[in-house]
Design a protein around this ligand. Structure first.
Ligand SMILES: [Zn+2]
Length: 185
């Protein structure tokens, strides 16, 4: 757990909790990768579907982390859902940015990694493997309508701003009270 938490961390955590709840809403059950069925799902995705290898660079024998293909934050509003996660190694888990400094979508990021490793010939195969996973009967990512995506975008951005504001107001309140009490002494 991070020891230095900021208003941005508080806002991001609340957005992730929201995207987890909505992911579970579409999945129809809980999806906790640390226990129960959620853990089994994650191990199946990591060890069987992706054969213990990084979904982006194909390297095995490394510690693999959970990557949300559609970014799990207010900018991507990707859901925490088995159809949105793949195993990746630590270096590949840092999403590359485009020229406009925006984070790349996962397909562009995959292409960037294949090119960086001089393995452009592997791109199509890796892309297909990921696409097969996110459209599989077992782990299919929900196909969201434009309206649903719009709602997710608006709500995650509102939630982020409100939590950040609440947090900053709490700090300000403390500072004001502190000043008021100090004057009385
Ligand atoms: Zn990798």
């Amino acid at each position: 757990m991070a020891l230095h938490n900021t208003s941005f961390d508080a806002a991001n955590t609340s957005v992730r909790a929201f995207l987890t709840e909505i992911g579970q809403f579409y999945l129809g059950r809980t999806f906790n990768v640390s226990s129960g069925q959620g853990k089994k799902d994650w191990f199946k995705i990591r060890d069987e579907i992706f054969e213990g290898k990084c979904a982006y660079c194909g390297k095995g024998n490394m510690k693999l982390q959970i990557e949300h293909l559609i970014m799990f934050n207010k900018d991507g509003y990707g859901l925490h859902h088995p159809g949105n996660i793949v195993p990746v190694c630590h270096p590949c888990n840092k999403r590359s940015k485009a020229i406009d400094k925006k984070y790349k979508g996962w397909e562009e990021h995959l292409l960037f990694i294949c090119k960086s490793n001089n393995e452009e010939g592997k791109f199509q195969e890796r892309l297909t493997r990921i696409k097969n996973h996110i459209t599989s009967d077992e782990f299919k990512y929900p196909s969201l309508s434009a309206e649903e995506n719009n709602a997710l975008r608006i709500i995650t951005n509102n939630l982020y701003e409100s939590i950040k504001n609440e947090f900053e107001q709490a700090v300000k309140l403390f500072e004001d009270l502190n000043k008021a009490y100090t004057k009385k002494l």
